[in-house]
Design a protein around this ligand. Structure first.
Ligand SMILES: [Zn+2]
Length: 401
């Protein structure tokens, strides 16, 4: 099959569930198997790195005060609750510090809800201010949190409102609503409100898929990765079925490759998850020999329709600069992009490994689509994915040579 046709077919196959591929969901398990099958067919050695987790299921919710019903959403991974208790409001950290939760529901807005809170146990980065807010919410006896939010493109993509809390380790039930709806709800402060959140957690196992060419034999390797999972309620075509397609096209091109260096493809499971379980599992398994990684290439959000592919490098050795510039220049619609620090390349960069990230320009436009229901296959140009795979293949062969 011709590469562009295959790219289109895989893109549709990987993003066939509008509900998303969040870790351990049925769609997530299907995409894991599809990727493994593609790589096996291309002749590489495929393994799965399994880890325990839970599948989160969301059912109904209801937020009301007397006869007044409010339009709100359940925060991803929230615990369930059935509450009838007074509502209080906090708009700043100072206010929160002075409050006693006393079993009440707290409405958060203002500076407290400008950015999504970093998950409590996110391993690669923490924010002292976010940690304090989380500690105050959990430690002051509140029964639940309702957050009025706007937009936060870098942390939450293009969704409005965004969930302030997206953290399976957070101890309280939580919900979120638009800032307009939050203003309405604020009029009920002091009154008794009802909040029902119906969710469940089911123990599950999920996995990264790892495929490799060439015998390591203690030698160096090049890692090429893309994440498989998505946020909730998005088909995740651009973010990041498109990246998986690039890895599959690259696998086809690598047929017969024997190295050195070894080339390892990794489909990570957890980039959009509060605890990045796939990435943590990978580091646990490979932590000791990260120094064997010559280079890590991360593909996330490539092929945005009508836009150029953006390549950025991190800790790139001086003598590779020319190779990089020449390779990018020799492939159509490719530019050197600005650095971005949210993707899976950063876990390698933090360990001192040179990295390259591929996405689409301009990042702001792409972020407006990412994580939303609008992230459908129409956003992605299959031809561009073929170009990215060819460019990465060239780069690998040049560096290997
Ligand atoms: Zn992504």
């Amino acid at each position: 099959m011709d590469a562009e046709k295959k790219a289109r077919m895989l893109l549709e196959a990987f993003s066939d569930d509008a509900g998303g591929r969040q870790v351990a969901s049925a769609a997530n398990q299907r995409v894991t198997e599809k990727v493994a099958a593609q790589w096996e067919a291309a002749g590489c050695l495929v393994s799965r790195q399994e880890f325990p987790c839970f599948r989160w299921q969301r059912h109904d919710m209801r937020l009301c005060s007397g006869d007044r019903l409010f339009s709100a959403h359940i925060s991803p991974y929230s615990h369930a609750c059935r509450l009838k208790t007074p509502l209080v409001r906090a708009s700043s950290t100072q206010e929160l510090r002075r409050m006693d939760g006393a079993g009440r529901i707290v409405l958060l807005d203002g500076e407290l809800t400008r950015h999504q809170l970093m998950p409590k146990r996110f391993p690669f980065f923490q924010d002292a201010m976010h940690q304090e807010i989380t500690n105050l919410l959990e430690g002051r006896g509140f029964a639940a949190v309702v957050a009025a939010t706007g937009r936060d493109p870098y942390m939450a993509g293009g969704v409005y409102p965004f969930p302030l809390i997206e953290d399976g380790d957070f101890l309280l039930p939580s919900a979120y609503l638009t800032s307009e709806e939050g203003e309405e709800l604020a009029q009920e402060v002091g009154k008794t409100v009802e909040l029902t959140i119906d969710t469940e957690r089911i123990h599950a196992v999920a996995a990264n898929v790892v495929g490799s060419w060439g015998d390591r034999g203690g030698g160096k390797k090049i890692v090429v990765c893309a994440h498989m999972d998505t946020k909730l309620d998005t088909p995740g075509a651009l973010d990041n079925a498109a990246g998986l397609v690039v890895l599959c096209l690259l696998a086809d091109k690598l047929q017969g490759y024997s190295g050195p260096p070894c080339v390892e493809l990794v489909a990570f499971n957890g980039e959009e998850h509060y605890a990045v379980p796939g990435q943590v599992t990978y580091l646990e398994r490979h932590g000791k020999d990260l120094s064997a990684i010559l280079l890590a290439l991360n593909v996330d959000g490539p092929g945005y329709q009508g836009r150029a592919s953006a390549y950025s490098v991190y800790q790139w050795p001086e003598d590779w600069s020319e190779i990089f510039a020449d390779t990018i220049a020799s492939h159509g619609s490719s530019v050197m992009g600005e650095n971005w620090y949210q993707g899976d390349h950063m876990m390698f960069v933090q360990q001192g490994v040179p990295a390259l990230a591929v996405t689409s320009e301009p990042i702001e436009e792409m972020l407006a689509v990412a994580h939303t229901v609008r992230d459908t296959v129409e956003q992605v140009c299959p031809e561009r994915l073929v170009q990215v795979a060819a460019c990465l293949h060239d780069l690998i062969l040049t560096l290997a040579g």
